[in-house]
Design a protein around this ligand. Sequence first.
Ligand SMILES: Nc1ncnc2c1ncn2[C@@H]1O[C@H](COP(=O)(O)OP(=O)(O)OP(=O)(O)O)[C@@H](O)[C@H]1O
Length: 205
Amino acid sequence: MQLTLEGLSKKYPKNKLFENLNQTFETNNTYAITGENGSGKSTFIKIIAGVIAPSKGKVNFIENGKLVEKENIYQLLGIAAPYLNLIEEYTLKEHLDFHSKFKNSLFGTDIMNEINNANLAQSMNKPIAEFSSGMQQRLKLILCCCFEAKVLLLDEPTSHLDSKGIEWYKDLLRRTSDERITLIASNNPIEYNDFAKKLINIGDN
Ligand SMILES: Nc1ncnc2c1ncn2[C@@H]1O[C@H](COP(=O)(O)OP(=O)(O)OP(=O)(O)O)[C@@H](O)[C@H]1O
């Protein structure tokens, strides 16, 4: 799997974020997308995810040497980001069942071990609306990392996590990032230092 950027640019009427990014991301690699506040990290992640359009240029998903059609990209993606909300009315169990209709768990029914590791087992029947921000973040990371996806997009992955939660996130990523392209949008080295071989500073552009 490869992800390539061809002359990727984004500007808003009053704000030029990045221009002419050309980059190839390869499977089995983790990349940190850095840059100061407002430089465009989240915008970049949203463009990769196809949520918003670039001003110029292209994002290509290439699998076995072939360009993946736009409508099939969703199936390749796992994404955890502050602006992507869980379904508040669902319980954790309902959320897992719903997610499993679209994607297979990497661990089969052992996904419950992951729920346990994340300290969420006692909340299986609790609605997401009653989850703390840290609990919601842990569930977002499980849904992103523990289900089939070839590209992981993590925007500020440790937001709302306490020190135990950060150690849990690191362990989760260590165990689930093989054979994937992982992009971590962050200014916090704790979130990527152990993983990212390459830093792409969006603000440099
Ligand atoms: N829909 C929009 N219309 C106009 N400007 C926008 C829009 N969305 C984002 N911006 C602006 O684009 C810039 C980049 O925002 P973005 O959230 O991508 O930055 P970031 O690097 O993720 O920031 P942070 O580190 O603070 O999370 C900001 O100045 C923001 O105000």
